[in-house]
Design a protein around this ligand. Structure first.
Ligand code: SF4
Length: 271
């Protein structure tokens, strides 16, 4: 291996490691950092180097894997009032200026807290706001929102009788996926919302919602079509309406999932 190649690899590795530290990604997601190749000094030294040095094997430095860390700003430490809010309206008011995720707080128009019946039997949990939601301050109001309304209508629910919210209360720029540390920052708000609403059933749409609530990395295809338990509440997982707009083939399995969801709801309400 040439000296230049070694230097380039080292610089790339350092940048890679720096970025992981910056975002404080879960430890198990950076396991591959330790799997870089072992370089030998012989590969990079010139013919003038001593034989002794050439024989020595290069030992990579120990890699310290960052632990999953909840990032709490100084402002947040001082203001944990939202935890004791007694109504959702008060709760929303207390977090409307949240800036735990610096990038999101700097690019969003507003926090999109959630919308619907305050003591709803059914809560729909999605991923994050898009452009329309960010402008209107309401969840699921773009094309995917219209489709969600149609899906609910097809199983005899109106938007007014359910509660709709997301894992992230702010719009990720360019509709990128939520970052792990952003989920860590925002999920306590969702957990508290669910605690306050006390739904009978939860419908998680999309992999991020399902994986966050169930603390799993199982793909959506394996999670959908059956009921899970979130803190004792039955939860169905299905495709996100935005995914259905991209891939209409998923409409049939979604239809099967939501029909089951409705049947379970009717059963719970009657019993
Ligand atoms: S995504 Fe959630 S935690 Fe992050 S800034 Fe927005 S409201 Fe705060």
């Amino acid at each position: 291996m040439s000296k230049k190649k070694l230097i380039d690899d080292t610089i790339n590795y350092l940048k890679y490691y720096r970025d992981y530290n910056k975002y404080q990604i879960y430890a198990d997601e950076i396991r591959d950092v330790t799997e870089y190749p072992v370089f030998t000094v012989k590969d990079v030294t010139s013919s003038t180097d001593t034989e002794e040095i050439q024989k020595k094997e290069y030992n990579p430095p120990e890699v310290i894997i960052p632990q999953k860390v909840k990032v709490i700003s100084e402002t947040e430490k001082m203001n944990d009032e939202w935890k004791s809010s007694s109504t959702l309206v008060q709760f929303e008011d207390l977090i409307k200026n949240c800036s735990k995720c610096i990038a999101l707080a700097g690019t969003r128009n507003q926090v999109v807290f959630g919308l619907g019946k305050l003591a709803a039997d059914v809560v729909i949990v999605g991923e994050a706001s898009g452009a329309d939601e960010d402008i209107q301050g309401k969840p699921f109001v773009g094309k995917a929102g219209i489709l969600l309304t149609d899906i609910l209508k097809a199983i005899n629910f109106t938007r007014e009788e359910v509660y709709i919210c997301n894992i992230l209360k702010c719009r990720p720029p360019d509709n990128r996926n939520p970052l792990p540390d952003e989920i860590v920052n925002c999920e306590p708000y969702l957990f508290r919302q669910l605690e306050m609403i006390k739904p009978k059933l939860i419908l998680a749409v999309g992999a991020f919602a399902a994986q966050t609530l169930l603390r799993t990395k199982e793909p959506l295809g394996k999670l959908r079509g059956k009921f899970h338990l979130y803190n004792g509440v039955k939860m169905m997982v299905t495709y996100h309406p935005a995914a259905l707009l991209r891939n209409p083939n998923w409409k049939r399995p979604t239809w099967e999932d939501v029909q089951l969801f409705r049947k379970e709801y009717d059963f719970l309400v009657k019993s």
